[in-house]
Design a protein around this ligand. Structure first.
Ligand SMILES: Cc1cc2nc3c(=O)[nH]c(=O)nc-3n(C[C@H](O)[C@H](O)[C@H](O)COP(=O)(O)O)c2cc1C
Length: 153
């Protein structure tokens, strides 16, 4: 199964996990980068008026820089991100909305400061309509994530 590993990461933790998954499944990597990069202040999640807080609370679209030009080639897409306020950052939703993913398999992986996966998969479902979400998990180590991914392929 040809795999894409699409991920968003601010401080590099999810990026490391994504790279291990891509190696484990021999997949292609795509970094989801917002058109307008986040500054340090933007991602201060304790500040109720920081950019990330306003985006998440307002359920705002966050435009993505660049595109996956060959999405039709992939059978399975691993989608990774840090948990933000208990779910996926809006830029991930905006990324997913930009493609026809019907018939594809989606595997969701996340890193967090301690939160579990919660209702992350249910909340992502509207943005991947027609696709099947195989699983969604928070990982503490890149090694655990790589094993999980290899078993899904
Ligand atoms: C805006 C924002 C919101 C966050 N919300 C949560 C949260 O609800 N629960 C949690 O356990 N960690 C939360 N975190 C911490 C990140 O999920 C965690 O540090 C993650 O591993 C960072 O991944 P990255 O290095 O790929 O950006 C939040 C971090 C940020 C910047």
């Amino acid at each position: 199964m040809k795999a894409l590993v699409a991920y968003f990461s601010i401080s590099g933790i999810t990026a490391g996990t994504a790279k291990s998954i891509a190696e484990a499944v021999n997949g292609d990597l795509f970094e989801i980068v917002p058109e307008k990069p986040y500054t340090r202040g933007d991602v201060n999640w304790m500040n109720p008026i920081s950019r990330c807080n306003r985006e998440m609370m307002g359920k705002k679209d966050v435009p993505v820089s660049g595109r996956v030009g060959n999405m039709e080639d992939y059978v399975i897409i691993f989608v990774g991100f840090p948990i933000w306020y208990g779910c996926a950052p809006n830029v991930v939703n905006t990324f997913l909305k930009g493609y026809d993913l019907s018939g594809k398999k989606i595997a969701v992986f996340a890193t967090s400061g301690g939160s579990g996966i919660g209702k992350t998969a249910e909340k992502l479902a509207p943005y991947v309509s027609g696709a099947e979400i195989l699983d969604a998990k928070v990982f503490k180590t890149a090694g655990d994530a790589a094993k999980w991914a290899a078993d899904l392929i």
